[in-house]
Design a protein around this ligand. Structure first.
Ligand SMILES: [Mn+2]
Length: 355
């Protein structure tokens, strides 16, 4: 553990003068870990890194992103909250022009460590399952070894709430809320409002992501982010989620002997992650699967199991076996993936079998 933190410190200090990019995931933990990392780098080197994100749901580095990084002459890449080891090819391609630091807490698929890459997963530091040590807290803790980040504690808390890890960090979140005079329960608080705001930008209008990040980088407290022009997206999303929640309750397929609930949606926007987080709070002891269909070549699915009795990352990986051009992975309690639409029946059959 000590050794990884030393290697981390050396790598950051060694690359202080290099042209640096932060590539982060687009969900609340991804945004918060990216903002914490960018702010920390600026404090350490006096230089702002470039911020990059890909389309939501993409957890590995896309070839087109490698191209962009190369065009920008990036010499040091930090990825946060991305499971980039699920597709090592693009990391190898990036190594040809940049050093890489991977900061993540998804299941480990490949060891990317090399002379050019340092990969730190939360589970490497704690020896415990990574889902409960989200990337925003990991980045907050690691960079706090190099610079003072105490004023970013509330951002780490939003990431923790985003990845459902409040129960593992109660003292930290409660203490931070007290510091900012937040009296409500976390899920009723302004921190949770910001978490939902980030989700709504991700789901409804990704083009506003850059504005959101810009606001984040200058915000001093959570209230600074609750600006009217971004909040309209949140209202719209809530309406759509409310509609599909009702549909879910009325039309879900339940397999009692498998403790499995299965549901397909055809929403206007990509609400599946938001929806499944809400419904699985009501069915913590069930495996919940939601399949999202936009009528294009692939369908997308998410899975949740909050009591950890089933490893949904493994379950989804087994359910896509033998299906070409498919992906699945993530955490024990929360995972996702996609398959070509013509394989939906096969996927569902394998899912029910393996559940
Ligand atoms: Mn995360």
């Amino acid at each position: 553990m000590k050794q990884e933190i030393e290697r981390f410190k050396q790598l950051i200090l060694k690359n202080k003068e290099k042209k640096t990019a932060v590539l982060h995931h687009t969900d609340p933990d991804g945004i918060c870990s990216g903002v914490i990392t960018a702010t920390a780098l600026e404090r350490i080197s006096g230089k702002k890194p470039l911020m990059f994100h890909q389309n939501p749901g993409k957890v590995t580095v896309k070839p087109s992103t490698v191209k962009k990084l190369k065009e920008e002459e990036i010499e040091f890449l930090i990825t946060t909250d991305l499971s980039v080891d699920q597709f090592p090819e693009t990391i190898k391609d990036t190594e040809e022009f940049a050093e890489i630091l991977v900061l993540d807490h998804h299941k480990t698929y490949n060891d990317l460590n090399s002379s050019r890459t340092l990969m730190i997963k939360s589970q490497d530091l704690t020896g415990e399952e990574g889902s409960q040590y989200p990337a925003s807290k990991l980045c907050f803790d690691l960079f706090s070894e190099l610079t003072d980040l105490k004023d970013l504690d509330w951002i780490a808390c939003i990431g923790l709430l985003g990845d459902n890890a409040y129960n593992s960090w109660m003292d930290f979140v409660d203490g931070t809320m007290e510091k900012y005079y937040i009296k409500e329960k976390p899920e009723k608080s302004v921190l949770f409002e910001v978490k939902k705001l980030i989700e709504s930008i991700e789901v409804m209008d990704l083009s506003k992501m850059d504005d959101l990040i810009k606001m984040f980088l200058s915000a001093k407290k959570p209230e600074d982010l609750l600006k009217k022009d971004l909040l309209s997206e949140l209202d719209e999303m809530e309406k759509e989620v409310a509609y599909w929640r009702m549909e879910f309750e009325q039309k879900k397929e339940v397999f009692p002997e498998k403790e499995l609930i299965y549901f397909e949606i055809k929403p206007e926007h990509s609400i599946k992650s938001v929806l499944i987080n809400r419904v699985s709070d009501r069915y913590k002891n069930k495996t919940v699967i939601i399949v999202q269909d936009f009528g294009d070549s692939h369908v997308y699915f998410s899975a949740r199991r909050q009591d950890f009795k089933v490893k949904v990352n493994d379950l989804l990986e087994k359910s896509i076996e033998g299906i070409p051009d498919s992906t699945a992975g993530g955490h024990i309690p929360a995972a996702a993936g996609k398959i070509p639409r013509e394989y939906l029946d096969k996927f569902k059959k394998q899912l029910i079998e393996k559940a």
